[in-house]
Design a protein around this ligand. Structure first.
Ligand SMILES: [Zn+2]
Length: 258
């Protein structure tokens, strides 16, 4: 029996089970697959001790075929890439120059099997590095390291990919706000939370608490429709959020997962 989940949700499930008097270790789970969000070795150890089973990192992306591009073996020292199907390269995301073994950069994948809709040198925007050294398990497939970040501004929350542009679109559509906002991602317990701070329009801000609440709810609904994720919206006074001369820094990720 195996389970595949995002690590944070796996920990949450285990905690709920324990509260209900069920020990996840008694469920007979033999292996765990992990994916779709950033995590640390400490989180892996926590999941393994909660379920009494080994947890293996898996990697894949919808554009190529979903999960299955790479998976860890028993050695848990990097993900073996299915090189018979995918040709991996690491590039410098700025210059697009191909980098060598063990050099960190953006993973680029070519699917060697696709017919009809080929995927050639697909830029994953995921940052990692590759080694071709023979693994302890005896396999000689290329191994990629755990993803350490993104070369764009995408964030993964509860396993869902979100771009700040989606949140921007949703809050501007809801109205009564200025196009100045900040997305703060935290993990107070085991699950991710997003707070969106947005500047209220001048008229709304001085309208009173009830009106403010109504606007906050309207924006939260609009963001949920756009991203599928429930967020906390906080209206702040006009002209109080930071302004940027260059590229705006819209996301503050306080989860410390890399
Ligand atoms: Zn191996």
């Amino acid at each position: 029996t195996g389970v595949i989940f995002t690590p944070s949700y796996g920990i949450h499930l285990a905690e709920v089970a324990l509260e209900d008097g069920i020990d996840p270790k008694e469920l007979g789970i033999k292996a765990i697959g992990f994916g779709a969000e950033g995590w640390t070795e400490e989180i892996r150890q926590k999941v393994e001790s909660l379920y009494g089973a080994k947890a293996y990192n898996i990697y894949g992306l919808t554009e190529l075929m979903g999960p299955g591009v790479g998976i860890e073996c028993g050695a848990q020292k990097g993900l073996h890439i299915a090189e018979d199907i995918f040709y991996p390269e690491i590039i410098n995301p700025n210059t697009q120059q191909v980098l060598g073994e063990n050099q960190p950069g953006e993973l680029v994948l070519t699917n060697l099997e696709r017919e009809g809709m080929p995927v050639i040198r697909f830029r994953t925007k995921d940052l990692t590095k590759i080694t071709y050294e023979k693994c302890e398990c005896g396999r000689t497939h290329a191994r990629m390291s755990r993803i350490t970040g993104r070369s764009d501004d995408m964030i993964k929350v509860k396993g869902v990919a979100i771009f700040p542009s989606q949140i921007e679109k949703a809050l501007l559509r809801a109205g009564d706000v200025e196009p100045h906002y900040l997305i703060i991602v935290t993990r107070p317990g085991t699950l991710d939370e997003i707070e969106v701070k947005v500047e209220a329009s001048q008229d709304i801000f001085f309208d009173g608490v009830k009106e403010m609440m109504a606007v906050q709810n309207k924006i939260a609904k609009s963001i949920e429709n756009e991203t599928g994720i429930r967020v906390k919206v906080t209206l702040v006074e006009p002209r109080t959020l930071p302004r940027f001369e260059g590229k705006a820094k819209r996301v503050i990720d306080e989860r410390n997962l890399h």
